[in-house]
Design a protein around this ligand. Structure first.
Ligand code: NAG
Ligand code: NAG
Ligand code: NAG
Ligand code: NAG
Ligand code: NAG
Ligand code: NAG
Length: 561
């Protein structure tokens, strides 16, 4: 839930009543059995409970590539030492001499055992069910609503996405004393666990979260909120896409204005206009003020530095090319070369004059100035609205272009291709999953087997036909029909598998989920499904159908973004 931001009602609405049970905390640490040992420099060493707990976090990740990364190891070791007793600290001075293998084996065996014990598992899931019933719902005004994430994440080691400089740091255990509760005054307030206190209980009815706390790695605030299927979330989602649709109506005017501004006499206006062009054309983020500085060195449009771009008057037969190379949100690399308009190029040359690599590209601009300007252009306009607009309109256009009167697997392939076009636009890359090659091979052997099966079926059909020619009776005629149908069925199955393989191959390095969930107006998808007679279950899984329930109810086949 990293992406969840505090949500305030934008239209001045408030809730009147809010009652819930508070969060479910991570279970307390259970010390390891005494036969599971930790070794330092080849010798057994009994760790204090606190140091042992943190060691188990590392042990649990031992097979993961993370634990080989220097940054991860250094961050972990530094934080681990803070949990050690003075004696432990003086002994354990070199992480490479620590042997966690017994711990790691122990956890692996436990996982395995849990898989085997089906009976006990059933009991656990019953207990789980009880917790969901008790903590998983709240009452907001007159509605019982589901809560999205009522469990507080257990402590562990921070991973982060991409090559995050803080990976390996200790994500602390959250206690009741860290937690702020938001509920209505006249409700039954949630009770903290025995012997503890909440940090605070608030009654702020202009926000939509129920519980919040500050995590220790990035200092960001985390929230427990309602499930995406709730009424209020659906309304928010709808509003977001309606704002993007409003942008569609005035985007031409905004573009005309910034193009005009490229010629302004004032440097700050030129810079603002070029930045806006990037946001519009490349779907760049504006650049989060909070994130900059002390944490990961990630940038957005406004915080781009000279070292992040290169200008080529000519590159590979194209004129006025800009090369971008920087770390964006979550330390994901953004790399792109694009031709820009001559005037933008000339302006960029001007902005770069007499600057050092670490200087700001837009020295007369910051995120708050840009955001303020966006507000003036259109009520509710932010850089994100450009992304939502461009992603949604691109999906709609691509679907129109790619879909044809074809079989269902081919239609779904077209949908996924349209979705991929958007994901590429939004820079939603991923590393190919570890299991990729293996699952591709599996699929390929299925295809090979299917091909053999088809060859057999065709041979049988041929001989049945020959037979029928000779004997000319009803029975052999019928046999030919049956064999024909078998061939057709296998052909269809083969085609389905081949489409699946194409889809998976094309999807190797692209994550579709983020754009599907956050940037694509679901009404476009619902309309497409209705128009092309594809059931919605083929495109949205259960979670997605819940989140987009409002759109599934609302859109008809003629919906236009
Ligand atoms: C830490 O231990 C490893 C493995 O025994 C050794 O190769 C390395 O030189 C040690 N590092 C330091 C700083 O002592
Ligand atoms: C969306 O972004 C792409 C990539 O920059 C751009 O070429 C296209 O013109 C944009 N489309 C719209 C409708 O804004
Ligand atoms: C942005 O720039 C304006 C004007 O130069 C300044 O007043 C403001 O404090 C700056 N904001 C940030 C967050 O740096
Ligand atoms: C639905 O798909 C998303 C990714 O697109 C995934 O994160 C989620 O776990 C899936 N949910 C179910 C119930 O399969
Ligand atoms: C839509 O699909 C269903 C089941 O796949 C089929 O029975 C129905 O005839 C189709 N309708 C149209 C209009 O193609
Ligand atoms: C994150 C946060 O503090 N949100 C709100 C909770 O309620 C208080 C008032 O009671 C607001 O001031 C906060 O902004």
């Amino acid at each position: 839930f990293d992406q969840w931001e505090e949500e305030r009602y934008t239209d001045g609405s408030k809730w009147k009543f809010l009652e819930h049970k508070g969060p479910v905390f991570a279970p307390p640490y259970e010390p390891l059995p005494s036969n599971v040992k930790f070794y330092y420099d080849g010798k057994h060493m009994k760790l204090s409970p606190q140091a042992e707990e943190v060691a188990t976090f590392f042990a649990k990740m031992l097979d993961h590539e993370y634990t080989t990364k220097e940054v991860f190891r250094n961050n972990f070791f530094k934080d681990w030492k803070k949990e050690m007793t003075p004696e432990e600290k003086s002994k354990i001075t070199n992480l490479s001499k620590c042997d966690f293998t017994e711990m790691s084996e122990y956890f692996k065996a436990q996982t395995e055992a849990r898989k085997q014990m089906s009976k006990e598992e059933k009991q656990v899931s019953k207990e789980n069910e009880r917790i969901v019933q008790e903590y998983g719902f709240c009452v907001m005004d007159n509605h019982k609503e589901r809560i999205a994430n009522f469990r507080i994440e257990p402590p562990g080691l921070f991973r982060g996405r991409g090559d995050h400089p803080k990976m390996g740091m200790l994500k602390r255990r959250i206690r009741p004393e860290d937690v702020i509760i938001n509920c209505s005054k006249d409700s039954k307030h949630p009770k903290p666990p025995p012997g503890t206190k909440w940090k605070e209980v608030r009654h702020d009815n202009k926000v939509t979260w129920l519980v919040s706390w500050t995590e220790n790695i990035q200092g960001s605030i985390k929230y427990i909120m309602l499930n995406p299927s709730s009424r209020i979330k659906g309304e928010k989602d709808w509003q977001k896409y309606e704002t993007a649709r409003r942008l569609k109506k005035c985007v031409d005017q905004i573009r005309a204005q910034y193009r005009d501004d490229w010629k302004s006499k004032e440097m700050r206006i030129r810079q603002r206009a070029v930045a806006l062009y990037f946001i519009d054309k490349l779907a760049l983020r504006a650049g989060n003020e909070k994130e900059e500085g002390e944490t990961a060195d990630t940038v957005g449009c406004c915080s781009l530095r000279v070292e992040h771009i290169k200008l080529y008057p000519e590159l590979n037969g194209q004129e006025f090319v800009v090369e971008f190379d920087f770390l964006g949100k979550d330390s994901i690399r953004y790399y792109n070369t694009i031709p820009v308009e001559k005037r933008v190029f000339k302006n960029l040359q001007l902005f770069l004059e007499n600057k050092q690599p670490e200087d700001d590209l837009f020295d007369r601009l910051n995120t708050s100035i840009l955001n303020k300007h966006l507000q003036e252009l259109m009520d509710g306009l932010t850089a994100k609205v450009f992304r939502t607009y461009n992603a949604s309109i691109t999906l709609q256009q691509q679907l129109k272009e790619l879909t044809s009167e074809d079989n269902t697997p081919a239609k779904i392939l077209s949908y996924n291709r349209a979705n991929r076009a958007v994901a590429i636009l939004c820079n939603h890359q991923r590393a190919p999953p570890k299991t990729f090659e293996k699952s591709m091979q599996n699929l390929q052997s299925k295809i090979d087997a299917k091909k053999d099966q088809l060859a057999d079926a065709r041979r049988e059909l041929k001989s049945a036909k020959a037979d029928a020619k000779v004997r000319k009776d009803e029975k052999t005629k019928k046999a030919v029909e049956t064999k024909k149908k078998a061939v057709q069925r296998i052909e269809e199955q083969l085609m389905k598998l081949e489409v699946q393989a194409t889809d998976r191959e094309e999807n190797k390095q692209i994550a579709l989920g983020t754009s599907k969930l956050n940037y694509l107006d679901p009404r476009i998808t619902v309309a497409w499904c209705k128009k092309w007679n594809v059931t919605i279950e083929k495109i949205y899984n259960k979670t997605q159908r819940e989140k987009f329930a409002w759109a599934i109810d609302m859109a008809d086949k003629d919906f236009e973004f």
